[in-house]
Each structure stands twice: as structure tokens, then as C-alpha cells.
Design a protein around this ligand. Structure first.
Ligand code: ADP
Ligand code: MG
Length: 339
């Protein structure tokens, strides 16, 4: 069986689309994440990122405690995730808007010419503290996120960070796949030569280093030159990184992450918080009434947001029973009329 695409969802505001999913805004505080119809395989494969993400949120929601810097998931269905809406969307456009790039014909990103404006260090300190707090939590669950970049870091109404997109999350110790320099460092020798190794605090902190670089420098490493895949691997494999000269505290932390200083993500979070405590500006968490939001999601499905079949499965048992009896009677009647 393939994925289920309800037409009713498409009537709602389309927020964004990543490689594998589309996001629709369905109430002022809720979005629905679903598979991209144009990219989904005909048959449902367990390895599809949305299915992996649903499995991750199931594990997350089974836990008693909550992490305020992981996006809240109100309802999981076999093909859909209902998530808390983040007013300021992802971190990425905030930075890309401040870059001047060479124009390119296909609408992609041209070579970086310059960064017009840099981000406030107090906000960077807040976001990197919140991100690593979330990653410490993910590590406690026995997982790695494996896809850390600015598009997967959302900002709520108070500009607090919420980590999202767990479509590549796996338990610690799996082979790191689908991630390349500058977010991963190839292994040059030994049994795992020419791979990016097993996911762990080593791989996760490397990606944190690159994300912190992006926030501090306003662009990805080596965005001002065009590099082939093998040159990316050579530079990062041989630990040839861009020069760090903007902020002593952040530069030290980027370097520590790139050089794999920390044995755990808990230690990354601890050290980062300690070193940025004098520069950070914090904002209050926005209260989310999860139970109420979950009820809203269920009511929307019941009213047909995801099509009649799912609507029926969300009806009370007596209604489903009544529906089955009516359906049966109609088909007996039709049969009778045809004979
Ligand atoms: N909860 C949300 N609130 C607001 N915008 C969101 C939300 N979730 C995703 N988005 C937007 O959609 C984009 C893609 O979402 P993501 O979950 O990363 O999908 P994909 O798995 O396809 O990468 C994000 O970069 C962001 O701009
Ligand atoms: Mg994404």
C-alpha cells in the first residue's frame, strides 16, 4: 500500500516543502507534515523519512518528561504528523536573506560574495544553547538526529529554537548516511575508511560545529568558492577547516566540535552553556496546551481534514457501527435491485 494523500489538506496554506515532505498550516497554532506526492515511492517503504520520523515521535511522546526545544507533536497518524506551528519558521532564511550571492539561472544558490549583516551574538548564544540542550535530550533517548542544519531549527513567536525533522534520526551507533561535508567528516583510514562513520556524539557535535559556524559567519564553510565532492572530502577529512577569527568564545566552541573534543552531547551542552552564559539573552517559553491541541487535531480529522476514511475512524464506536450497518444495507439493496 502506498501513501495516503487527502485533497482536503491541499486547500490549506502550504508553508514549505523539504526534500521529502510538505507542510500545511491548518490552524493558527498547528501544521501538518505529510509526504511529498511527487517524491514518494508507490509502495510504502519503512525507510521513508516520514515513517522514521513518526516512529521517533512515538518514542518521544511515550516519555514522561518533555524537552522544550524539540518541536511538539500533537498527533501521529500513519502518513501525517501534527506539529506545533513556529511563527518565525526556520533559522535558514534569516541568514540567507543577509547574503549577497552571484546570480544563477536555475534559482539555486550562487557563489557567496559577502555577508551584509551578522547575527546578534546574544541570539546565537541562545539558539546554540537550546539546540544542544535538545541534542542532549535526544542522546538520553539513545538517538542521534543526524540531519542538523538551519532549515531543521525552527523559531517560535519568542524566537526560541525548536529542533525538528527527525526523518534521519537513528539509534546511536548506526552508519551515518545521507550527510556530507560540511556537516560530516569522512574517515580516511581503518575499517570504516571512505564512510562518515557510525553516528554518535562525534558525528553530531561535528554538525553542531558547522551550524554554529553558519550562525557566526553568516554562511556555510567555503561558500565563497566552488568545490567538487572529492575536494570537500579531502579538506574535511584532513581537518582543513576555514579560518576562525570572528568571536573568541564561538570560535573556540566551533573548533572544539570540529576536533571532536566532547565524549557526549551532554558535555557539549554543558560546556557551551558555561562559556556563553555572559553573552546569552533569554526569552520566556510560550506555553502550549498539548492536550487541547491534540483534541483540536482529532476534531479536524473527524470533520474530514484527511478524507472520509480517516474521518470515520475518528468517530465514536456507535457511529462507526451505524455506518457499517447502513453501508451493508445499501449494498444488499443494490444487489437485490440488480437481480
Ligand atoms: N512546525 C513548523 N512550523 C513552521 N514551519 C515549519 C514547521 N515544520 C516545518 N516547517 C517549515 O518547513 C520546512 C521543511 O520542514 P521539514 O520538517 O524540515 O521537512 P523535510 O523533512 O522535508 O526537510 C522547514 O525548514 C520550515 O521552513
Ligand atoms: Mg528538513
Amino acid at each position: 500500500m502506498g501513501f495516503h494523500y487527502p485533497d482536503a489538506l491541499e486547500k490549506h496554506n502550504w508553508v514549505a516543502g523539504g526534500l521529502d515532505a510538505y507542510i500545511y498550516h491548518i490552524t493558527p497554532t498547528i501544521v501538518v507534515k505529510t509526504v511529498r506526492p511527487d517524491r514518494a515511492p508507490k509502495e510504502k517503504a519503512t525507510g521513508h523519512p516520514l515513517l522514521k520520523e513518526i516512529a521517533f515521535f512515538k518514542r518521544l511522546n511515550e516519555r514522561q518528561d518533555r524537552c522544550p526545544h524539540i518541536i511538539e507533536c500533537f498527533l501521529m497518524l500513519p502518513d501525517h504528523l501534527f506539529l506545533s506551528y513556529c511563527t518565525h519558521k526556520s533559522l535558514a532564511p534569516r541568514f540567507y536573506e543577509r547574503q549577497e550571492r552571484e546570480p544563477v539561472k536555475n534559482g539555486g544558490l550562487g557563489r557567496l560574495i559577502r555577508v551584509k549583516e551578522y547575527e546578534d551574538p546574544a541570539l546565537i548564544a541562545r539558539w546554540i544553547q537550546q539546540l544542544t540542550y535538545a541534542l542532549e535530550y535526544v542522546e538520553k533517548m539513545g538517538f542521534c538526529h543526524n540531519d542538523l542544519h538551519a532549515s531543521n531549527c525552527l523559531l517560535d513567536g519568542n524566537f526560541n529554537l525548536k529542533l525538528t525533522d527527525f526523518g534521519r534520526a537513528t539509534t546511536i551507533g548506526q552508519m551515518l548516511e545521507g550527510v556530507f561535508p560540511p556537516r560530516a567528516k569522512p574517515i580516511l583510514a581503518g575499517p570504516l575508511q571512505r564512510t562518515y562513520g557510525l553516528c554518535s556524539a562525534r558525528t553530531e557535535q561535528f554538525a553542531v560545529g558547522t551550524l554554529l559556524y553558519f550562525m557566526v559567519y553568516g554562511h556555510e564553510p567555503y561558500d565563497d568558492v566552488i568545490l567538487g565532492a572529492s575536494e570537500w572530502d579531502r579538506r574535511f577529512g584532513e581537518m582543513e577547516f576555514p579560518e576562525l577569527n570572528r568571536n573568541e568564545v564561538f570560535d573556540g566552541l566551533i573548533s572544539a566540535c570540529w576536533y571532536d573534543v566532547y565524549p557526549t552531547m551532554a558535555l557539549v551542552a554543558y560546556d557551551l552553556k558555561r562559556k556563553t552564559k555572559d553573552m546569552v539573552s533569554n526569552a520566556e517559553d510560550i506555553f502550549i496546551d498539548s492536550k487541547k491541541e491534540t483534541k483540536t487535531c482529532e476534531a479536524l480529522v473527524r470533520r474530514g481534514l484527511l478524507g472520509p476514511e480517516l474521518a470515520l475512524s475518528f468517530q465514536p464506536a456507535w457511529r462507526r457501527y451505524l455506518h457499517a450497518i447502513v453501508k451493508r444495507s445499501v449494498s444488499i439493496w443494490q444487489c437485490f435491485l440488480r437481480c
